[in-house]
Design a protein around this ligand. Structure first.
Ligand code: ZN
Length: 372
């Protein structure tokens, strides 16, 4: 496992490719940010949107935004309404009751109260659970299907409502350096090639499942998107301060509810991540077992790039807290999927990458860190 020479991102992230200088794409990109003319980019954005405004006199909404009610979606929705002057339709793909947190439900209500029309898509909890279970047992990743539904429900509704413009926040290529999704600019039409969406739900299905049961998990075909003239735009490209801290403080000031207490013991530096879903803490822990990094590695890397902490401080935080997950989340997850703790750990351990993990003399697993 090699680490980026500038931040703490490892080369085990699927889809990542470091430069010859040993630097990750996100760090290479950040250097260019200081030289970017954001005024010119904003001009480019208004020009792009003008085209959509001009042609939509008959439509009720200018664009569609996928939201969870969390910090990013709150900031994004407000920006689109107040700064860009558009009327968005918000689409929320909601978790089943056993997965959705109280805070998540409150935050979605808060967002609607800020003055938006919203549609909530709720795939059948039975199918939801079966696909999650299959994802966990077959790929060690329960979230494969849930992420598919979160991403697919937005273009599906855009097509159904004849709204040709979808606005997302950050481009994963610039945020994490995942180049599989395509370009580093604003064009998000390559989103279908991301790790999550590419395979579609087929590898998660059981033989008795019918196509009409998994409708919400299937991303629209390219020809359907072309026919609807769908354009996906990453707003992050036009924005010089799209990041966790700014989005978090903006959204808290606008009524966002956050977690109590310190979260570094749960593998995150912030109390405002994935507020609607506690299982995600566990998913980050599994990612850590599989690839040697979790959410905190991403957060620390962002802070290093922003000049808020040194790389040494980042390394300390990663070693101490990355991949941590409280037992209560594991218990709740097992109860939801109706599996035993032994079954849970058997699956998780089968994905442990032995090239990067080894046991110490006390039988405790440790990562072989080689930051240089
Ligand atoms: Zn880096």
């Amino acid at each position: 496992m090699k680490y980026c020479k500038k931040c703490v991102q490892p080369d085990t992230r699927p889809g990542i490719k470091f430069g010859e200088d040993g630097v990750c794409p996100a760090c290479t990109h950040i250097v260019t940010i200081g030289t970017i003319d954001y005024d010119a980019r904003r001009g480019e954005l208004f020009e792009l949107l003008e085209d959509y405004k001009k042609h939509n006199k008959l439509r009720q909404y200018d664009c569609i935004i996928g939201v969870s009610g969390g910090k990013d979606s709150t900031r994004q929705a407000m920006y689109v309404k107040e700064v860009l002057g558009l009327k968005p339709l918000l689409v929320c793909c909601s978790y089943p009751p056993e997965q959705l947190t109280e805070t998540g439900a409150d935050n979605m209500s808060n967002l609607i109260k800020l003055g938006f029309d919203a549609i909530s898509v709720g795939p059948s909890p039975k199918t939801w659970k079966r696909l999650m279970r299959n994802g966990f047992f077959r790929f060690g990743n329960y979230a494969k299907s849930t992420e598919m539904a979160l991403f697919a429900s937005v273009p599906k509704l855009a097509i159904a409502y004849h709204i040709p413009l979808i606005l997302w926040g950050e481009n994963p290529a610039t945020q994490f350096g995942n180049l599989a999704v395509g370009s580093l600019n604003w064009n998000g039409n390559g989103m279908r090639n991301s790790n999550t969406i590419r395979s579609g739900p087929d590898p998660l299905l059981d033989p008795d499942m019918k196509e009409n049961e998994i409708n919400w998990f299937r991303y629209p075909k390219p020809e359907e998107m072309d026919k609807a003239n769908l354009q996906i735009v990453y707003l992050g490209y036009f924005w010089n301060d799209w990041n966790k801290i700014t989005n978090g403080s903006f959204s808290v000031a606008n009524g966002l509810e956050i977690r109590d207490g310190v979260s570094a013991h749960e593998g995150s530096l912030y109390p405002f991540d994935a507020l609607d879903d506690d299982f995600s803490v566990l998913n980050q822990m599994i990612k850590h077992v599989k690839f040697g990094f979790g959410r905190l590695t991403e957060e620390a890397s962002e802070l290093i790039r922003a000049g808020k902490i040194s790389r040494e401080e980042g390394i300390e935080l990663v070693k101490k807290y990355d991949g941590k997950c409280a037992q209560k989340y594991i218990d709740r997850f097992c109860e939801y999927l109706e599996i035993s703790l032994d079954q849970f750990w058997e699956v998780v351990e089968s994905y442990r990458d032995l090239k990067i993990w080894s046991k110490d003399e006390n039988g405790k697993w440790g990562l072989e860190y080689n930051f240089d």
